[in-house]
Design a protein around this ligand. Structure first.
Ligand code: ACM
Length: 684
């Protein structure tokens, strides 16, 4: 009897082990990775009987369920019998939620999802939680040679941070409604929930004002959103569970506003014109002019009424106050109050805006320069200049210690064109010696898509897929950043984003066809696999190379961060130098041969200036490819000679605003093959 009990206990425990068995990121390509993922028996095969039922037609779920069925049929090619969801009926996929959420910081976004052979069930407290569950279900779709299916699974999930944002700057380059809508859909797929709409800057004012129509008439080049469009976008985002926070950037970054209404500027008699370059400029609203506050009170009343979100972003960044220093009234104001710095003047300005917004039931949010002595702690500090105590401009830690809620963006500037792996090093809570109460003030993070070098043609390729990898930081457990299968999951997400209509892949092909002036693009496409746009603003150093109306259909615009060819070759070389496997060597050789064939194909294209400028680098890449290939194949030993060094030197120089991403790895391979290339080009 005792033995039987032992056996039973052992069986039960073992059963629990099995039940608790986790799916790993090797087998599933979910992003962001859920909080809990367990294997369950069976699988749900997608066939013609596939159907969806929702618990209520209220709220956001029904419309998403319509799209879910469309996505499943499009991706599988299966002809389903029921193309639209039903209400509370037995179906393959059942979605239940208790209440319709009012979007805000504190809503319940959790959900549970279980899938078995019999069907899938999504349960959530709110409709927004149910939306997240449906996105996860869509990401679970798998296939084998017989069928498309969703594997047996149990998922319990909820976000780590309440603020998972993306900012799009529509001032530097206007982004039409369709661009924003498709990016909102992608945000929803990645469980992001705040769209920060940077609506005004030196280069344009993008929302129509009925009270101050000169804003759109004189300061937008005709590229602005009507109020009907703004409401439409807010409603569209809301239907996806995404809040919209508008930003009107003041008192600096105000050239466009002052182009329309120069009387509110700090420099008397100045005739302002819309800025065409990138950078920080002097035109600034005049804090000593009472009419400026009436103007802003009226404008903010009008603009904020279009947005249900409680937060209104006033910018507040990068005001160097040069025009303030030249303005007598402002100097008198400073004297009167005993202020010695322009920062105190800006505090005075901000405090008035805070009161204005409060009277409209809005809370102020601003870039971290707004964090001054008298700013109420109801303001959200948007940290763009860093996190660390001791860092001269570090703000995240300083802000939470002062009791402010904070959103971190400093580490998520995707316009710097760095690798997603770089951005993923920066957890919003990492490095901070914060108490639990202080950590609770860190609302989350926001990716910033500044658009100086970004047009509707290229914006998707700058945002995605990197933002997917950053969104995971905002949703998943902190340890998920260490996932060795992240790049593999990202590649799956990359294709999924393409399938859902994000244009990062198809627009790249369009740019390449424009460069080759033909439909034959493979050889230039190959080049983009190893070159990436210059990083950290090197592409437009000091903002002087590109104006807002410059071409953005160049080789650099076809290139992206995280070029997959470079990632692959760097990994292979690493592995080869570590383990010396024959198979790895063969893969490297295959790539080097591809470079040589690519160059031959490139030479057969009809030359035009945008192609010819690529020739010397391509030739150098092919030459290096040939030398290394022969050395690795033991056909011809690698020799350190003038030709090799000249070729390397060429590849060290930028290629029309891009850089060759595999040179350090290649140099290590040279070393392995007996040619040591020390700094300065001398043999060590
Ligand atoms: C900023 O990047 N100036 C907020």
């Amino acid at each position: 009897m005792k033995r039987t009990i032992h056996l039973l206990v052992a069986l039960l425990l073992c059963g629990q082990c099995l039940l608790a068995q986790e799916y790993t990121s090797r087998t599933l390509s979910l992003m962001p990775w859920p909080q809990e993922v367990h294997k369950a028996p069976g699988k749900l095969v997608i066939d013609s009987s596939f159907s969806v039922s929702v618990s209520s037609k209220k709220g956001r779920v029904y419309q998403k369920a319509v799209n879910l069925i469309r996505s499943i049929t499009d991706r599988t090619g299966v002809f389903v019998n029921r193309g639209f969801p039903r209400i509370q009926q037995s179906s393959t996929v059942t979605i239940q939620f208790d209440e319709v959420a009012v979007l805000g910081e504190k809503i319940d976004e959790s959900y549970e999802l279980s899938v078995s052979t019999a069907g899938a069930i999504i349960k959530a407290k709110t409709d927004v939680g149910a939306l997240h569950g449906m996105e996860t279900l869509l990401q679970l779709l798998q296939f084998d040679e017989h069928s498309f299916y969703i594997p047996g699974i149990r998922i319990k999930d909820a976000p780590r941070f309440a603020w998972r944002g993306l900012m799009i700057d529509v001032a530097r380059h206007f982004q039409p409604m369709a661009v924003l809508k498709r990016n909102l859909r992608a945000m929803a797929a990645l469980k992001m929930n705040v769209f920060h709409w940077h609506l005004s800057d030196d280069q344009g004012f993008r929302v129509a004002s009925k009270v101050f129509p000169k804003l759109q008439e004189l300061a937008s080049d005709g590229q602005y959103y009507t109020q009907r469009e703004v409401k439409e976008l807010v409603a569209y985002a809301g239907s996806l569970g995404i809040r919209v926070v508008p930003e009107i950037d003041v008192p600096g970054h105000a050239t466009a506003i002052l182009t329309a209404y120069p009387e509110y500027g700090s420099k008397k008699g100045e005739s302002y014109t819309i800025e065409r370059y990138a950078g920080v400029f002097d035109p600034t609203l005049n804090p000593a002019n009472p009419e400026v506050y009436s103007f802003l009170a009226t404008l903010f009343k009008e603009v904020s009424s279009l947005f249900p979100d409680p937060y209104f972003h006033i910018g507040g960044d990068e005001n160097e106050g040069k025009h303030w220093d030249q303005n007598v009234e402002i100097q008198q104001l400073k004297k009167k109050h005993g202020w010695t710095t322009n920062h105190e003047v800006q505090t005075y300005f901000n405090i008035q805006l805070e009161a204005i917004l409060k009277s409209y039931g809005k809370k102020l949010m601003g870039w971290d320069e707004i964090m001054t002595k008298d700013m109420p702690t109801s303001a959200i500090i948007h940290s763009w200049r860093g996190r660390n105590e001791g860092f001269p401009n570090g703000t995240l830690i300083e802000a939470v210690k002062k009791g402010y809620q904070v959103v971190l963006s400093n580490d998520y500037y995707i316009d710097r064109m760095q690798s997603v792996l770089h951005h993923r090093k920066f957890d919003p809570l990492k490095n901070g010696a914060l108490t639990a109460a202080q950590e609770a003030l860190v609302l989350g993070g926001e990716v910033t898509m500044w658009s100086e070098l970004v047009t509707p043609l290229t914006i998707d390729s700058r945002i995605w897929p990197r933002t997917a990898g950053i969104a995971e930081l905002f949703w998943s457990k902190a340890e998920v950043v260490d996932d060795p299968n992240f790049i593999s999951r990202l590649k799956t997400m990359d294709l999924y984003l393409d399938q859902m209509g994000i244009t990062h892949r198809k627009n790249k092909d369009q740019i390449l066809r424009n460069i080759t002036k033909s439909s034959t693009v493979a050889s230039v496409q190959l080049l983009t696999e190893y070159f990436e746009p210059l990083k950290i603003y090197e592409r437009n150093k000091d903002g002087v190379e590109y104006k807002s109306f410059s071409p953005f259909t160049l080789f650099a615009d076809a290139c992206t961060a995280d070029a997959y060819g470079a990632l692959e070759l760097n990994t292979l070389i690493d592995e080869y130098l570590k383990f010396g496997k024959e198979r790895t060597k063969k893969e490297i050789i295959a790539i080097l041969k591809r470079w040589q064939r690519g160059y031959q194909a490139f030479k057969s294209l009809a030359p035009n200036p945008n192609l010819v400028c690529l020739t010397e680098h391509y030739k150098a890449m092919a030459l290096i490819g040939e030398r290394l290939e022969k050395a690795l194949s033991n056909t011809v030993a690698l020799r350190d000679d003038v030709a090799l060094r000249t070729t390397i030197k060429k590849l060290e120089t930028p290629l029309v605003d891009t850089e060759f991403m595999v040179l350090p790895s290649l140099k290590r391979l040279f070393g392995h093959l007996g040619v040591a290339l020390a700094e300065g080009g001398k043999k060590s």
